[in-house]
Design a protein around this ligand. Structure first.
Ligand SMILES: Cc1ncc(COP(=O)(O)O)c(C=O)c1O
Length: 254
């Protein structure tokens, strides 16, 4: 990998900070933006800007077409079966809140269990915690072993006939531990339990294929993948797109 040339794509590194070259070690939090992304955003605002899906004039149609073409690209990138399975959100946090809220509303009642792990980011804990307070659901935590990994046996041990969803990170944002997501999905499928994967760190660091992983939901954060801030993607299997109640009303839900 030619790091020097890759670095040249990012204009932020052209400056000095306190007289020193900039060293940025916070990409897992949010990545810097390459020139091509900055240029595209800027040219859109300069020459093409219009609201998406709300008007029929030339600019609006162009913006809407671009938006839908992006959905097709993301579908291809994730190897999703249907374009409707790609839902744009404000970030991974909103993607997970969407699932916790819509799935929770329809399927979670008092005493039902949500299985997460000790490795989760707040974004994959707090939305489920709302179900604990609002619906008296129970959150079960799979523990990490002495190497910092979550073993499949630990997940197996915690699944019960009350488990209504498993929500796990793909890669930990703290330790970098990679979870055995495919095995966890296989196990969950045997018991008919849907699986949400927080792919915020997984998507930037691995090739992700929804057909191979087989999960029901996969949440992605675009600002950690060189994309603009305030953008995320939720992959949602079509059966849930057709089944779950809306998360928000009004405006345009994408
Ligand atoms: C593992 C993990 N999940 C969720 C999030 C939240 O992502 P977003 O900023 O897109 O809401 C982060 C951000 O740091 C993260 O690292």
């Amino acid at each position: 990998m030619d790091i020097k040339n890759i670095k040249k794509e990012f204009p932020i590194f052209k400056q000095k900070i306190n007289g020193n070259s900039l060293v940025y070690l916070d990409s897992a939090n949010s990545s810097q933006k390459p020139q091509v992304v900055i240029d595209k955003i800027s040219s859109f605002y300069k020459t093409e800007y219009s609201n998406v899906g709300r008007s029929v004039h030339t600019l609006a149609v162009k913006a809407t077409n671009r938006f839908e073409a992006t959905r097709d690209k993301v579908q291809k990138y994730l190897n999703a079966k249907h374009r409707e399975e790609i839902i744009f959100t404000k970030g991974a946090t909103e993607a997970i809140n969407l699932v916790a809220s819509s799935y929770g509303k329809k399927y979670i009642k008092k005493g039902d269990e949500v299985l997460i792990t000790e490795l989760e980011h707040h974004s994959n804990y707090v939305p489920w915690n709302y179900l604990r307070t609002d619906k008296s659901a129970i959150i079960k935590f799979a523990q990490v072993n002495e190497n910092g990994d979550v073993e499949i046996e630990e997940i197996k041990k915690l699944i019960s006939n009350k488990t209504k969803i498993i929500a796990i990170t793909h890669i930990s944002n703290v330790t970098g531990a990679i979870l055995p997501i495919t095995k966890i999905v296989e196990l969950a499928k045997e018991k008919n339990i849907p699986v949400l994967i927080d792919g915020t760190q997984g998507a930037p660091h691995s090739k992700i294929d929804m057909q191979k992983i087989g999960c029901d939901f996969y949440a992605i954060s675009c600002h950690k993948m060189y994309g603009p801030n305030g953008l995320g993607v939720l992959y949602m299997k079509k059966k849930w797109v057709d089944d779950l109640p809306p998360y928000q009303g009004g405006g345009r839900n994408d």
